[in-house]
Design a binder for this molecule. Structure first.
Ligand SMILES: [Zn+2]
Ligand SMILES: [Zn+2]
Length: 243
């Protein structure tokens, strides 16, 4: 599995850090984990066109995690693209009604000529990529996701506060994409600070952590360092890992 960080930032203006989006490429498929602002621009800079996306996972309802999906749906109407027949959209409970409500509001502008296949299941399999969502502590519907393929495991925290079950969830992960939206000193409710993430990796076996959802206050760590056996990277847009 290959991971490309498309957006390592959050909701605010922050030069070179778009809001949350990650591209997972595995078994010939392209899956987005969240679809933040600037998604299409970030895909283009990585040589990926909008019509190459197979599936989009949306973790929760905050605009910095899904507005890019609305842009994607609009773009796919354009004759510039040759969309596939289907686009899979999966994630939190109530996702389909949520996205359909925007389609209702915007009418045909958000109705590309492709089949949208929604799933609100908590687990499934997509071309030999097993996925399972988990509840996070952030908003009523918020989730994170575990992806497993060919013996590799990626965990994406979505947005969340630290919670003890997360230790079990990230255990044995090859990569933990961990939101770090809170400063260590100035704790923000609903987000993790670096100390929370260090604590998780002291109890769980995790090969690599990619810090993301970075605010100016959380942009102060070293670029890369080891904590115990875990390699920490303060991620940035266009950063890539091949597993
Ligand atoms: Zn967010
Ligand atoms: Zn959020």
């Amino acid at each position: 599995m290959d991971i490309t960080v498309l957006g390592s930032g959050s909701a605010i203006q922050f030069e070179e850090r778009a809001s949350a989006s990650f591209l997972i490429e595995a078994n010939g498929k392209k899956i987005l984990l969240d679809a933040g602002f600037h998604l299409l621009d970030r895909l283009e800079k990585n040589g990926i066109m909008a019509d190459e996306i197979d599936a989009v996972y949306i973790s929760h309802k905050h605009p910095d995690h899904f507005f890019g999906l609305l842009h994607l749906l609009f773009a796919l109407k354009n004759r510039y693209y040759s969309p596939k027949e289907k686009l899979h959209i999966f994630g939190f409970k109530g996702l389909e009604a949520w996205i359909r409500s925007f389609q209702k509001l915007m009418g045909r502008w958000l109705e590309p000529n492709i089949e949208l296949i929604f799933s609100e299941d908590t687990k499934g399999e997509f071309d030999e990529i097993k996925w399972q969502t988990f509840k996070t502590v952030h908003s009523p519907e918020s989730t994170g996701i575990v992806l497993e393929s060919k013996g590799k495991k990626i965990v994406y925290s979505g947005d969340t506060e630290m919670f003890d079950k997360l230790i079990n969830i990230v255990n044995l992960a090859d990569v933990f994409i961990a939101e770090c939206g809170s400063g260590n000193n100035k704790k923000i409710k609903g987000h993790m600070c670096l100390n929370d993430i260090l604590y998780i990796t002291e109890s769980a076996k995790v090969a690599r952590v990619l810090l993301t959802h970075i605010y100016p206050e959380t942009d102060q760590t070293d670029a890369e360092w080891k904590h115990g056996a875990t390699l920490f990277t303060r991620s940035y847009d266009h950063y890539k890992i091949s597993l």
